[in-house]
Write a protein that binds this ligand. Sequence first.
Ligand SMILES: [Zn+2]
Length: 106
Amino acid sequence: MAATYKTPGERIAARQRAKAAKIATQQAKSAAYYRAQAEKIRLADSKWFALEGPTPTEMAADYEHRAEGLEQKLASSGRCVRCGRALTDPKSVAGSIGPECARKGR
Ligand SMILES: [Zn+2]
């Protein structure tokens, strides 16, 4: 069922809010993805030594750096660093994580 809006501006604003929320969630997923990649690279360390280019340690550090960058971006915009949802409780804002995600752990 489609929502009804009084003005075209209202409809556009709602669409933009939905888009921003979606992007923020994707960013949070990316941070989790980067952390998972860093962990995988660390665990697979011995398999990577024959490859040319950056060392596994350097690659893992790069992924962690990217994850931190995304988390900082979310935290500074008052969003949960894990799922990207907007935080409303001052306690959640201070910790940059929502109550549901805090229970699950970072
Ligand atoms: Zn969350």
